[in-house]
Design a protein around this ligand. Structure first.
Ligand SMILES: [Zn+2]
Length: 161
């Protein structure tokens, strides 16, 4: 009788979904991450895994944002796909103008988007395309600028403390 009961219990036990999956990453990425965590430069991560999970979460958030921006501003499917291949690589100030470098993984080129302040507005201009409304300008406007504002705000609050 006891054996029979056990069999029933095992049969009806709901299958437990694993909470973690394992992936492989290049050793250099792992070592850089480990160094960043262990050097104490960042106080928000306790383990390299926390760092990596946060990086993935941010990328997923960005892709979600691109989709939302695409729908909100009626971007074509092609533009949305291209925007997903853009990467903000650098920011520099030169002669009063801010230059935001965007790497476009579609063609591997860097596109400099120049930010200048007008009377009341911010102007963005893509040097590579000589355009005010190419996909690089849209990416900077909708994805990068809000993030920069967040960083500046965070930095300000940290300084005030
Ligand atoms: Zn452009």
């Amino acid at each position: 009788m006891f054996v029979y009961l056990c069999v029933i219990i095992i049969t009806y036990m709901p299958e437990k979904k694993p909470r973690w999956k394992t992936v492989s990453i290049p050793v250099e990425v792992w070592e850089k991450t480990k160094y960043m965590v262990e050097s104490g430069e960042l106080d928000m991560y306790h383990t390299p895994s926390e760092f990596i999970i946060d990086a993935i979460r941010r990328r997923l958030d960005e892709l979600d944002k691109i989709k939302i921006v695409g729908e909100e501003y009626n971007l074509s499917e092609e533009e949305i796909k291209r925007m997903a291949k853009l990467e903000h690589t650098n920011i520099a100030v030169n002669g009063g103008k801010t230059i935001i470098a965007i790497k476009d993984h579609t063609d591997g080129r860097i596109y400099d988007v120049v930010l200048s302040r007008g009377h009341r507005h911010i102007h963005l201009f893509c040097m590579g395309d000589q355009s005010f409304d190419c996909v690089h300008v849209k990416y900077v406007w909708h994805i990068i600028l809000p993030r920069l504002k967040e960083y500046i705000e965070m930095y300000r609050k940290k300084r005030e403390k």
